[in-house]
Design a protein around this ligand. Structure first.
Ligand code: GCW
Length: 853
């Protein structure tokens, strides 16, 4: 029996696979205390099975049972049975209208709610949860449960209204696996939960579970397919499938939205044109829209990416973007639908860096939307990425927000960390989003924050809000990493209330996801709050952009990839100077796209914040920052600082082993990633520093860059079956070279005598490359003792974009702590290639305690 119980306990712990994310309803310490404060019945008002109010009742019952261990039944009543239940002994949940219907006298006591808003009143064991609509009632129930799950069962009253009506997420899911981006474009959490093999999946359990998570943070719609849309999404069979997804969402009040491919009338419909002003095209789209609404009467509407990155659009026919957007808007209007039209419009083929100093991709959005502000129908909102380029680690806020005064706008944020570590690096993004939302454009010299513009408070507009690119997948952790889920949680919370504090929201998430153990809260808060500054420090600083490889996976360092191509993410770094001159007086003129006060600030280096200096100005490496450092020295120092912070993450996390809520599975899962991140941050540090040292020939005043006293370069060891290999880009290898096995099928050995190492204990780090071409094996020996053996299997364990190259994406480090070494012993690496992975090794570091090199 004992062992059975033990097994059950183990089984419980093993269930922490992330699927329930922050909705675990785990038993709280104060369960006993709270039990007496819970009602004995849950009453749902006018709930039909599958409606959000019905779901609210089920969630409350499930939550009470899980969180405090009290079984409470749900009693569904119709308000015609007036007065049947008095609220005093119940948890009552329903719409405000239904409640007033059965309690007419209550109307005067209840607050004003807007769409999706809720009112909560908890007093002496009775709970009243009212939504302005059904969805609002469900939000109220989730809010109440969140407090309870954090151990708070005290009385309170709360009225909560959303800050903006549009609180959507976008999934960049493809209909097919394969292609350039697989199942989910820029998704690092597995395959699409919606589509498979060109069709909607038969089993949509995960779609329902996703909607549950989203509803609990106030998200009201999901655009289910990639903005690079496949016209075949609109075949009758697929429309039937989409209706099934909408059915899975509906109990949670989540509406379905769809991305459209502008050329569909031609490619799918067989028309000779897709000109948005052509009557046959308009009729075709009306037919599609009607067919969709027939199947999905509550469809939220469309999302359209047009004339961008090779996608078709209205400009193909010399029509304006407004002509394109309005065509869809008019087909949606009779059904109450809306369209989000993306501002991410630019041509990645014609920008010429060499010939045109004034060419600038950042100018595109304002340029293309110029003169259109009063041309959009009232069910159109413009979806604008937060920065003018593309989800970089630091960008100025897109000036387009200040140009759209009559047209609603929604800010596009990215939860999927495309340029920000792809969930293999911990980067908590809410502090960055907060800075963006709080940015003041000073339109007409008046306070005009991004948050106030998109919410419709600054310019009176009906539509506006948030769109977050999430890209969850079939992985049970959703995003491929437990800790990355704080970003999704915070996104929902900020979309509901842009004034929410990133740290406060984070702590809530930690309590719900792990536990309210103070150490757990302290450690995860500390790491998370340090993570964006650290990532910025060890990737791209001073507004130069993230410096990932932009031609491949957008993941590892490759600064050279930014320049010399028409993608327009240029740095214009040469031997003497660096940065984009975006001034009006001498540059691309981008600074002039902001309202005058802000434009004036960005026009001059002296008044531009240091962290955006290279975004707006082309300056010598020796230019002095406000901090007194030169640009180049700042680069060096920041990279050392950022990667040093990342080294602390695994140490901090290890302190949580065995703490409440830290089960073995999640402990190991998180540790694996943090150790990896610590190693990869060094790859970043050294690559970026070497690259700019090489360009500028200016030495690091502290003598660190290019000087690694604890390293043994693999190419300098005695090689048998291994040969030196010139790495490209050069900066992705210490000393520019690594070693690879001579053939794909024979082992290689690299050895060296440690005659300069004093006898003692060391951390031994091996930097190697784990390509997605096979599972090579490495073994490390000191003398005859095997210190470790590992496989090149990162591509199976991390969801980040796989790379087949020996480069900054695949460079990684493994560390063996506390290895005893005798002076004069032999260190040996044995590499066994597998497939096309030739067991590459870059260097070995023998590190005395406290040193990281
Ligand atoms: O940054 C780019 C991404 C593309 C994406 C595009 C967009 C869906 O690399 O993968 O395409 O942005 O936002 O449309």
């Amino acid at each position: 029996m004992r062992s059975l119980l033990l097994l059950a306990a183990v089984g419980l712990a093993a269930a922490e696979d992330g699927l329930n994310a922050w909705l675990r309803y785990a038993r709280i310490d104060r369960a006993g205390h709270c039990q007496g404060k819970l009602p004995s019945t849950i009453v749902t008002l006018n709930a039909t099975e599958g409606s959000p109010v019905y779901t609210a009742g089920q969630e409350l019952s499930k939550g009470f049972n899980g969180i405090v261990g009290k079984k409470v039944d749900v009693d569904s009543i119709t308000t015609s049975s007036r007065g049947h239940h008095s609220r005093d002994t119940n948890a009552t949940v329903g719409t405000i209208a239904a409640y007033v219907d059965s309690n007419p006298g209550a109307a005067a006591r209840l607050p004003e709610l807007i769409d999706d808003g809720f009112y909560l009143s908890v007093s002496h064991g009775s709970i009243l949860i009212l939504g302005q609509n059904e969805r609002g009632a469900l939000y109220g129930a989730f809010h109440y449960l969140s407090r309870l799950a954090q151990g708070d069962c005290s009385d309170f009253t709360l009225t909560s209204n959303p800050g903006a009506p549009i609180r959507w997420v976008n999934q960049w899911d493809n209909m097919q696996d394969g292609g350039t981006h697989g199942s989910v474009e820029r998704g690092y959490g597995g395959k699409s939960i919606f589509f498979w093999d060109g069709k909607v999946r038969d089993d949509l359990t995960r779609a329902g579970q996703y909607a549950r998570l989203l509803a609990s943070i106030g998200i009201n719609a999901v655009v289910v397919n990639n903005v690079n849309a496949d016209p075949k999404t609109l075949t009758p069979a697929n429309m039937d499938g989409l209706a099934r997804i909408a059915n899975a969402f509906r109990p949670y009040g989540v509406q379905l939205g769809l991305s459209l491919n502008f050329a569909s009338p031609q490619t799918l419909g067989g028309l000779s044109t897709f000109d948005p002003l052509d009557q046959s095209v308009i009729t075709w789209w009306q037919g599609i829209t009607d067919a969709l609404y027939q199947r999905i009467p509550d469809m939220v509407g469309y999302l359209v990416k047009a004339n961008s990155e090779g996608q078709p659009g209205p400009m193909t026919y010399n029509r304006t973007l407004a002509d394109g957007a309005n065509m869809f808007a008019r087909t949606l209007k009779p059904h109450g639908g809306i369209i989000l039209f993306r501002a991410f419009v630019y041509d990645h083929r014609t920008l010429n860096q060499t010939l045109d100093w004034k060419a600038d991709r950042a100018n595109a959005a304002v340029h293309y939307f110029d003169g259109l502000d009063d041309k959009f129908d009232d069910n159109v909102a413009i979806q604008v990425k937060y920065g003018p380029i593309d989800f970089q680690v630091r960008e100025p806020v897109s000036p387009l927000f200040s140009h759209l005064r009559k047209t609603g706008s929604a800010i596009e944020l990215q939860i999927s960390q495309e340029y920000l570590g792809q969930q293999a690096h911990l980067v908590y993004l809410a502090p960055m989003w907060k800075e963006i939302l709080d940015f003041d454009f000073r339109v007409d010299g008046k306070p005009s924050t991004t948050a106030d513009i998109i919410s419709g408070r600054r310019f009176p507009r009906k539509l506006g809000g948030f769109a977050g690119v999430v890209n969850v997948g079939t992985n049970t952790t959703w995003l491929g990493s437990h800790l990355a889920m704080s970003n999704l949680y915070a996104y929902g919370k900020l979309a509901w209330d842009a004034k929410a504090s990133p740290e406060g929201v984070l702590k809530e998430w930690i309590r719900l996801t792990f536990s309210d153990d103070h150490k757990v809260i302290d450690v995860i808060t500390k790491m998370s709050m340090a993570s964006w500054p650290a990532y910025e420090n060890y990737s791209g600083n001073l507004g130069i952009q993230t410096l990932t490889d932009i031609l491949l996976g957008h993941y590892g360092p490759n600064p050279a990839s930014q320049d010399g191509n028409p993608w327009g993410q240029w740095t214009r770094a040469d031997a003497d100077s660096i940065g984009m001159d975006r001034t009006v007086w001498n540059g691309t003129g981008f600074a002039g796209q902001y309202p005058p006060e802000i434009a004036a600030k960005y026009e001059k280096p002296e008044t531009t914040p240091d962290n955006l200096l290279l975004w707006f100005h082309h300056v010598p490496y020796t230019h002095k920052l406000k901090s007194g450092k030169t640009v180049i020295q700042h680069f060096y120092d920041a990279h050392y600082e950022g990667s040093a912070t990342a080294q602390t993450f695994p140490q901090l996390w290890r302190k949580l082993e065995g703490r409440p809520g830290i089960d073995k599975e999640r402990f190991e899962h998180v540790l694996y990633r943090l150790v990896y991140q610590a190693g990869h941050s060094l790859v970043w540090r050294d690559s970026i520093n070497m690259f700019y040292f090489n360009k500028s020939s200016i030495a690091d005043v502290h003598g660190r860059v290019g000087n690694h006293p604890y390293r043994i370069e693999a190419e300098a060891m005695t090689l048998q079956g291994y040969k030196p290999y010139q790495v490209s880009p050069f900066e992705a290898a210490s000393g520019f070279r690594c070693i690879v096995t001579e053939t794909n099928s024979t082992q290689g050995t690299a050895s060296t005598v440690l005659d300069k190492v004093k006898t003692g204990k060391y951390d031994v780090a091996v930097n190697y490359y784990d390509m997605a071409l096979g599972n090579a094996t490495w073994e490390l020996y000191i003398g005859n003792d095997r210190v470790g053996k590992w496989k090149g299997d990162l591509e199976y364990n991390l969801g980040r974009a796989p790379s087949p190259y020996i480069d900054g994406q695949t460079a990684t480090r493994i560390t063996f702590p506390g290895v005893k070494i005798k002076k004069g012993s032999t260190l040996k690496i044995v590499g066994t290639p597998d497939g096309l992975e030739p067991a590459p090794v870059d260097y070995i570091s023998i590190l005395p305690e406290g040193i990281v090199d």
